[in-house]
Design a binder for this molecule. Sequence first.
Ligand SMILES: [Zn+2]
Length: 347
Amino acid sequence: MSLSKSPISVFLALFAGVVALGYGIHAYKGFSERQKDIEETNRLVEEFNECQEAADWLCSERSVRVLLKKAPQDQNLHLHLAGILFEQERYEDCLNYIASLGYRNTDLEFLEKKSKSLMREMEELGLAKSMHFRVEFEGSPNRSDVLEALSVLEVAYDSLCHLFDFHPENKMHLVLYQSNEYQGVGPRPEWVGAIFDGKLRIPLGMMQYRELYRPVIFHELTHAFVRAMTRAKVPLWLNEGIAQLVDGSRNGKERPAGPAPSLDALIAPFVGESRTSEAVKLYWYSLEMVKELFHVRAGLAAPSQFLKFKSCIQDFYHQGVDPSLRTHYGTDSKELWEKVVGTRTRN
Ligand SMILES: [Zn+2]
């Protein structure tokens, strides 16, 4: 399937229009009442943006429905609601809603076409909707690979719910894709092909390498849980560190040679780093900083550490990263970095 245009890119254009609309609709009211309406609308728009950015579709749906009560004819809002239904894998609802609008445009037609094609694909593969994932396919996947991937993902999902004592409200967006490069026999691939970029993208070819896909799936799914647990930005060392701690595949690796990366390099996204040796360092230092945070020396982290981790990243939102690390762990990023680098003694 090659409909690659993301409906999200269709959505993100709305907001100033809605704010202005607040003025338009309520112009007949008294000034203070009008002011209150505008503030209320602005608040809803802000909340909507935030939910949308966090892929929290239930929350976006609530805000957009309230906004629609204020401005029932707003076509941007219609598009958003259709998109939100689509994102929740409610394809039939999405189609019915679009049909109820009584007009069409390219964006609505795009959603309509994509909903229909996803429903058809699920039917052709004989797949029921998955419990926790909204699945999309790229290529023409083989049914048993899809079932295998979904069952592994569901098991990993349950383990992570248990580990963090957290049950995501929204389905996770999963793209199962066929990668020609990684199929067939040959040397073991490095599974850089699986990523989480707001969607979990898992290459189906990976399913042939059983010993490899388990850690990869745990790793990427941990990123998806981190995103579901907090709307705050999580520094990269913490995000990559926790994912490696959970996937368990890089334990006991030697400290990479050469100077340590700076703390700034560990906070910024790693994708900017094109040199493999530097990327290896970033991952290694990230894991060590999280092990330091969790007081893992050798072996496993205590289960209570994962609950503490969840509360800590949730508090990033109001407190900021370092104050929250102080509150929950009595330390901060710089101190952890110094301990791992060796310029500060460990306690
Ligand atoms: Zn990662």
